[in-house]
Design a protein around this ligand. Structure first.
Ligand code: AMP
Ligand code: ZN
Length: 134
């Protein structure tokens, strides 16, 4: 099975790479939700954070911070949302680990966190807590 992000890493598919080091590549998302929307991807093929070894996770997140700072400096972003979708139920479409770095600008029109906080569900925290720690 051919992985599209492995092809991007090998340079077989065009991408706009904005950062690269020994372990990681970062390139612009082809369907950006804001200017500078970037995907940070390990060169090693792993599916997602659940499948990755600690070293790979560490390389990726060190690069996430560098990319976030780069976008803030060069594009004048005022903040970033960092999103990782792990598993198809969580809307992961490409099964090669990637972290979305989404620059945020004052008065941009993105409702990401507003939406997230608007779907609060009532539930029994005590019961859930017991399941997790029990
Ligand atoms: P996810 O739902 O987290 O798996 O998101 C996959 C992301 O990959 C989407 O935001 C797509 O727009 C992006 N994407 C898919 N193909 C490409 C590509 N060839 N170059 C850049 N980004 C891509
Ligand atoms: Zn891959």
């Amino acid at each position: 099975m051919e992985c599209i992000f492995c092809k991007i890493i090998r340079g077989e598919i065009k991408s706009y790479k904005i950062y690269e080091d020994e372990h990681v590549v970062a390139f612009l998302d082809i369907n950006p939700i804001n200017p500078g929307h970037t995907l940070v991807v390990p060169k090693k093929h792993v599916e997602n954070i659940l499948d990755a070894d600690p070293e790979t996770i560490s390389h990726v997140f060190i690069a996430v911070q560098k990319v976030a700072k780069l976008l803030m400096e060069k594009l004048g972003a005022k903040g970033v949302n960092i999103i990782h979708n792990a598993g198809r139920e969580a809307n992961q479409e490409i099964m090669h680990l990637h972290v979305h770095v989404i620059p945020r600008y004052s008065k941009d029109d993105i409702k990401l966190v507003d939406w997230w906080r608007s779907v609060v569900k009532k539930m029994d925290l005590e019961e859930i807590y017991r399941k997790i720690i029990g």
